[in-house]
Design a binder for this molecule. Structure first.
Ligand code: F6R
Length: 259
């Protein structure tokens, strides 16, 4: 695992956007795995700026989002379809026909999950997978005790995840209980994984992910088994890492030779 610790949130966000832009420059037809959530909003804002400056084109890319709430149609303001259009797709040269998310309003959610997994396999799997991190260690909506070999399927959200995401809904009761999410096995098949975590609220989960035992209790710890996983942090999110000074010595101020 490559751990890049940046002095500020802004520098960490720029680093992630630059790594995505670098992948698109190297491989314009990359298959991107995309994430939603509060952390990603700044990444997408930065990618839009890079796109406008001619530094990132999505014209030949394809994308698959990690997850979607069950029961929300694509035009629902709290759906991840809506989030992606609003935060990224409407502002860059992404072909809507090449951007994929699970359909939360499919009549048979389990069949939709299987269809989505098959579509990812048919696309040759994800090239670069972008991830956020739940305070409980989830990636995608793979909550603690998710199978580390899981594929896209239905998951029941924990109360803590529903509480964390209630800020996007009018009322806590409106936060769906179920989501369709790529599995941990799906994520581990990606060629490259790029996780961004910011702020003190993620520090404990970051330490468990990077330095804890590989365990379904902390789903993100499965990334220790990935051959090309980069974890981008600000100082607050890195604050509970026991080997922090080692990571800072290898990558001063989060600098990555690959950018
Ligand atoms: C979103 C997703 C989630 C979030 C995580 C962090 O598609 O899969 O795993 O990345 O819940 O969310 P924020 O960034 O809102 O703290």
């Amino acid at each position: 695992m490559k751990v890049l610790i940046h002095p500020t949130e802004g520098a960490a966000v720029d680093c992630v956007a630059d790594l995505i832009a670098a992948r698109l420059a190297r491989q314009p037809d990359a298959v991107l795995g995309l994430a939603t959530g509060g952390t990603m909003e700044a990444v997408y804002r930065r990618l839009i700026v890079l796109h406008r400056e001619g530094g990132a084109s999505f014209a030949r890319a394809r994308s698959f989002n990690l997850d979607e709430y069950v029961g929300l149609p694509p035009d629902h303001p709290c759906s991840y379809w809506h989030y992606m259009r609003d935060q990224l797709f409407a502002h860059v040269d992404m072909d809507p026909a090449r951007a994929h998310l699970p359909h939360g309003d499919a009549p048979d959610a389990e069949a939709e999950a299987a269809r989505y997994e098959a579509a990812i396999v048919a696309a040759g799997d994800i090239g670069l997978q972008l991830l956020g991190l739940g305070a409980n260690g989830h990636i995608g909506f793979n909550e603690p005790t998710s199978s580390l070999a899981s594929h896209t399927r239905l998951k029941t959200l924990t109360r803590s995840t529903r509480e964390a995401n209630a800020r996007f809904f009018a009322r806590f009761e409106d936060v769906p209980r179920l989501a369709i999410t790529m599995g941990i096995g799906t994520i581990l098949r990606a060629d490259e994984v790029l996780l961004l975590a910011l702020g003190p609220g993620k520090a404990e989960a970051v330490a468990r992910m990077v330095e804890g035992p590989v365990s379904a209790v902390c789903p993100a710890s499965a990334l220790q088994m990935h051959r090309k996983a980069t974890v981008v942090l600000d100082e607050a999110a890195a604050s509970q890492l026991a080997l922090r000074s080692y990571y800072e010595e290898v990558h001063p101020e989060g600098r990555d030779a690959a950018i």
